[in-house]
Design a protein around this ligand. Structure first.
Ligand SMILES: [Zn+2]
Length: 239
């Protein structure tokens, strides 16, 4: 279900005040092999699970698109330029996490992911029991939901273990929102070191966290009230 991302969304202080979050069970970090992390756009993997990646120390990353559609009316950058910038930002972010990661760049069009093709591509990288971390199927953004569904199909086919991370749900959902599977929520509490590494990695995406230029079409995608939701000392994934 597509949910327009408008307004300021749910404030981080309202999430922090929701006591249920402290009760969610923590996820034991015992993957049998380096997990496969799947990002619809460069930065989703960092916002969602950078701390988890930093603590595990080894993952493989699938970059489904290059994120060229983040600023469709930009008068500063063409889509091709944005794609190149965002590819470089991902590489820098992974370095800031201390990871030497294999990045599979699939080059699907931003805004037009071919879900069936993607499911086949992911299945080729998964194995029984391997962890697969993908954006949540109900996240409200078409690309995030397509990636979640494709990952779910690939995990069902291969016997891999699926985890889904929300990104935009923190914006449109409310505490105790009935549209979110809170019962499947698992906490990943971050060490101070992992939290600092995540903050540094988020700082590797100036194309998203700062305006490209003064025009409305060049506004920041991730302004401070959005970034506040990803500065918590824990991450949340659904299993
Ligand atoms: Zn995204």
């Amino acid at each position: 279900m597509v949910r327009p991302i408008v307004g300021d969304g749910t404030r981080e202080r309202d999430w922090q005040a929701w006591r249920a979050m402290a009760q969610w069970p923590s996820l034991p970090l015992d993957p049998p092999s380096p997990p496969l992390v799947v990002a619809p756009h460069p930065d989703d993997e960092i916002l969602g699970v950078a701390g988890l990646m930093a603590m595990l120390g080894e993952v493989d990353l699938v970059a489904v698109t290059d994120g060229e559609a983040s600023h469709p009316g930009s008068i500063i950058h063409t889509p091709d330029e944005l794609a190149a910038i965002r590819r470089a930002e991902t590489g820098e972010a992974m370095r800031r996490l201390g990871l030497d990661t294999t990045i599979y760049r699939l080059g699907h069009p931003d805004g037009g992911i071919d879900e069936d093709t993607l499911a086949g591509q992911l299945a080729g990288l998964l194995a029984p029991g391997r962890w697969c971390l993908a954006t949540w199927r109900g996240d409200g953004h078409p690309d995030h939901e397509a990636v979640g569904r494709a990952a779910a199909a690939a995990c069902a086919e291969t016997g891999a273990r699926l985890f889904e991370y929300p990104i935009w749900a923190w914006h449109w959902a409310r505490p105790d929102d009935p549209d979110v599977p809170w019962r499947q929520a698992r906490r990943v509490d971050l060490t101070p070191r992992a939290q600092a590494a995540k903050a540094a990695a988020i700082g590797a995406f100036p194309s998203q966290t700062a305006p490209l230029g003064p025009a409305e079409a060049d506004a920041a995608i991730l302004p401070p009230h959005v970034l506040a939701r990803f500065a918590r000392p824990f991450e949340v994934i659904f299993e």
